[in-house]
Design a protein around this ligand. Structure first.
Ligand code: SF4
Length: 332
């Protein structure tokens, strides 16, 4: 299984219940950023630029836990910044696990050893290790030697101790298809439970030229799409079709909502119109149909995983052929 069965069942049950009430715009994943400080300064990281004025801020523990209650999403991805630097990371994680939220910690792995001494494996817990290429590439992207080796050591340690581990790799313009293939094979040998590969996306606040253009994307992701037949790549086949230009998708930014020390960020993970005090305020301030149909100029070249995989999840069951492909993909 590329995704834990329990998570898929819980997500399906939750979506059915929300749809039954007639709701159209409900969240599936909460991206909880309790802080934006980090122990690395990766190239292409929009967060440390966008939030440089509030980089020292940390959410109070009760506010972080309350945000999970407020939006109700069954999956909580704790990210940042580096979430393992958050002073309440242990009580936040255990609090979410007690509430039976599928909790994923997105980390650069540097502080993992200390954390796993305090939080044992749990069926609701998984780690998402950031790894953007083989040794030379990854250490260049994170601008520090030795981080790739740390990631590998931590993946081995987590697997040995029985935790669920997946990886998250951003594909940049300079990443060659050969390196993508080497990385996928290497992660497969390490025994990771799932690999997410996403195109590097242009943050509103960044101007560097490291991101894939629409012309470059199909060629890089063609290889990923092929390798997904044999390796535990967790991008859905429908989203991969979209990345290689074989179909179009509308966006569902409300499926992945972001809460950080400044409030609820909207309209999506990538672009910021404002930060809202409550989840309800985010909803009433946002014209979801406008973003769903990608009318905003900032949506023009966007293929952001969280917006479009949300669409795939919401449409599951509408096409027998697509649904069968999805089931086969996830149980293989
Ligand atoms: S298309 Fe991209 S930028 Fe536009 S709302 Fe969706 S995720 Fe955000």
């Amino acid at each position: 299984m590329r995704i834990p069965l329990k998570q898929m069942v819980d997500l399906g049950r939750y979506m059915r219940a929300r749809k039954k009430t007639g709701e159209k715009y409900f969240p599936l994943v909460l991206m909880l950023e309790p802080l934006h400080a980090c122990n690395l300064a990766c190239i292409g990281c929009g967060r440390i630029v966008e939030y440089k004025d509030t980089i020292r801020d940390q959410m109070p523990l009760d506010a972080a836990l309350a945000s999970a209650e407020e939006c109700g999403a069954p999956i909580v991805s704790i990210c940042g910044g580096e979430p393992l630097m958050y002073k309440y990371i242990v009580p936040l994680t255990t609090g979410l696990l007690q509430r039976k939220r599928h909790t994923m910690i997105c980390t650069n792995a540097i502080l993992l050893e200390r954390f796993v001494k305090q939080v044992p494996p749990n069926p609701y817990l998984s780690f998402n290790i950031h790894i953007d290429g083989m040794r030379e590439t990854h250490d260049r992207v994170v601008d520090r030697d030795g981080v790739f080796d740390t990631c590998v050591r931590m993946i081995r340690l987590l697997k040995k101790r029985g935790y669920r581990v997946q990886t998250n790799s951003t594909i940049f313009r300079e990443t060659t298809t050969e390196e993508i293939e080497s990385l996928i094979k290497f992660l497969g040998e390490l025994g990771v439970d799932g690999m997410l590969l996403t195109p590097g996306y242009q943050y509103q606040v960044l101007t560097n030229d490291i991101y894939l253009s629409n012309e470059e994307m199909p060629q890089k992701f063609q290889r990923v799409r092929k390798l997904a037949e044999d390796y535990k790549i967790i991008n859905t086949p429908i989203y991969l079709d979209y990345l290689v230009g074989k179909r179009d998708l509308l966006c569902s930014p409300w499926t992945t909502v972001t809460r950080n020390p400044r409030g609820w960020k909207g309209p999506c993970y990538l672009i910021t119109n404002g930060h809202y005090r409550t989840f309800a305020e985010l909803h009433s301030a946002t014209d979801w149909e406008y973003y769903r149909t990608k009318q905003d100029v900032r949506c023009r070249n966007c293929k952001l995983h969280s917006g479009f995989e949300g669409t795939v999840a919401l449409e599951f069951g509408k096409s027998l052929k697509d649904s069968w492909r999805m089931v086969r993909h996830y149980v293989s």
